[in-house]
Write a protein of this length. Sequence first.
Length: 486
Amino acid sequence: MLNTASNTRVVIPVALRALEAQRLVNLIAFKANPAIAAGLIAYVHTGEAGSGLLVAAAMLGALQLVEGSTLPLGLMPAARLGLALFAPVLGAGAAAAFALAAGQPMALAELQAPVAGAWLIMALGAWVALRFDDDRRARVAVIGSPGLASDLAEELDAAGIRAYEVIGWFGREAPGPNTPGALTGRLDHLGGLGEVRSAVLERQIELLVCGRPEPVDADHGADPDRDPYAVIANSCLDLPVRMLEANQLYEDLLGHVPLGTTDSAWFRYIMHPLFRPTSPLWKRCFDLANAAWMAVIVLPLIGIAGVAIKLADGGPVFYRQRRVGERGREFEIFKLRTMVPDAEARGPQWCEPGDVRVTRLGRFLRRSHLDELPQLWNVLRGEMTLVGPRPERPEICAELENRFPHYVRRHLVKPGITGWAQLRCGYAGSELGTAWKLCHDLYYIKRRSILADWLIIVETVFQAGRDAHRALRAPRQRFLVGEVSE
């Protein structure tokens, strides 16, 4: 192939790189093999090739369908397991429906073994894919500052993502005395933008993550007035390397929008003609249908908890508070009281992990999320939704809107009882903690769907034992708000 930057011919080995190999392994392990196994088992049970092909095709279609989630399933173990169990059942149901329509109904017993076989093959595939990710990590280089490279490496480690390995960064800035610790002995300064091509070939880099690259230096043989991205593209178009912006990588892998590198242009996406969020009517039907049966189930639990609260200190059972909802409209939220009656005698204040104002019973209610159950009444009234950003108090909202320019965007949708930010972040407890949750709220606003809501609800149920007011793990301040803390 011809390199457009240097007009020199290079020989590129024809082999699967880690990114392509990972996609192929996932296709085989989680789609092709389970579908083939289910089809073969169906053929053995029925003795008909047509039935085997029908089951295999239906199973493959179902497995492909459940991959349509807009949320990163790698961060949702319970929801991912639920989808893995549900997809073969859906495939078997589809096969039975097609067979019935064709006048050749299939017995339920004939479908049980194919479903079990698909589950077994998917479990084996999960083990194989995990081992493969450990052995064949995609080598990643950051185009930008060493701080961005360090933040990305730390975030991948914290999220348990093993398929990517950050090896260094391109840019003028070299590590100094205040360089983040993740860089020490781990990440390398790979040179300037003019050295990207040679480093890609020498270090076998497969993915370039672009932050905010510095202007191209004419000393490296490039025009300083040219777009740095164009320089990189022109020098690497013939190489098996991929490039994307850091914001896109954070969204696809880590499920949040980094405020420190996001400007107002990001919101053009939700104004694009092709943006298709769930319609308000379907969202409302989803809320009413599910909140109704949930309310019937949890009503006895609310009654028992109410009696316990009353017997504990004689104070009120319910706690009411003004919150800000969709479009900035205020409403009154309902919760079971978990603090002492005069908890805010000195005015509004953040709740911290281990807050002494929380009663012993209140700690249990918070850990089990039982204190949130009365908010189903807010859902039925149309003030809240089951899944969405958590509503905040008007006094605190005013401060946060002045602190973070994009905070008001979370009011584009109704607030929810649970949500993506609650799952990933826990309790904020500070302005920077709120910024970290805002990173996830904006991501949800962009990727929201009925399927995403279902997955979040499933994950919330499985995480019910975790303390909602646990200490928050957040990245560095510069990542959240574009600032560097001294």
